[in-house]
Design a protein around this ligand. Structure first.
Ligand SMILES: O=C(O)c1ccccc1NCC(=O)[C@H](O)[C@H](O)COP(=O)(O)O
Length: 201
């Protein structure tokens, strides 16, 4: 299983966490987030894929961040339409479309997005578009019947990893954020290291 460490903000911390070689690192380009990234991107090891996280941004805003930060994937965390994803896909960039899950989530909505994104990401529905720090009921994922691999997200902590490893679904990567922080945007390197060790075993 792979790991995405999301909500990186501070250059020294980005370098430190980057040295652990997570598969993905996420940068939030939504100004209202306490993890909003607007700094200088340090050089990172080639193997790390940089994910730009957006909430209902315009195509122009996304393009400008792709160019400025050399992003590898775009994570769409708002109400982006199928058409919007189609237009973004023309830029030849990988797309992660996020769906916020609660007990009422209708898995049927995923079908129309299947062809226009590379991965789904299932997060917990909460007050904020992301970073709520709460898990959702993973049993709900038993209703997922598509082949597309997905990122599993939402309040995941170190103590959850063994359980997630046993889920028999196409989980491409786990996405971690607030449970691995000392403060918003500042990741606890020791915890990140433990997570990487745990998922590699
Ligand atoms: O983390 C944020 O502040 C955030 C704000 C707005 C949109 C997305 C955001 N985070 C994106 C992520 O991929 C998070 O890792 C995901 O929501 C899970 O976060 P958490 O529940 O804190 O583990």
């Amino acid at each position: 299983m792979r790991i995405k460490i999301c909500g990186m903000k501070y250059p020294e911390n980005i370098i430190e966490v980057g040295s652990l070689l997570p598969d993905y690192m996420g940068f939030i380009f939504w100004e209202k987030s306490s993890r909003f990234f607007d700094g200088t991107m340090p050089d990172l090891p080639q193997s790390i894929q940089k994910v730009g996280v957006f909430v209902d941004a315009t195509l122009e805003e996304i393009i400008s961040k792709i160019e400025k930060y050399n992003l590898n994937l775009i994570q769409l965390h708002g109400n982006e339409s199928v058409e919007f994803c189609q237009n973004l896909k023309k830029l030849d960039i990988k797309i992660i479309k996020v769906f916020s899950v609660n007990d009422d989530f209708n898995f049927e909505v995923l079908k129309e997005y299947e062809a226009v994104c590379d991965y789904f990401l299932f997060d917990t529905k909460g007050e904020l578009p992301g970073g709520n720090g709460v898990t959702f009921n993973w049993k709900l994922l038993e209703k997922y019947n598509l082949a597309k691999p997905f990122f599993l997200s939402g309040g995941i902590g170190l103590e959850d990893l063994e359980k997630i490893k046993k889920i028999n679904l196409p989980i491409h990567a786990i996405d971690v954020n607030s449970k691995f922080e000392m403060e918003p945007g500042l990741k606890n390197t020791k915890l990140c290291k433990d997570a990487l060790r745990c998922i590699s075993m």
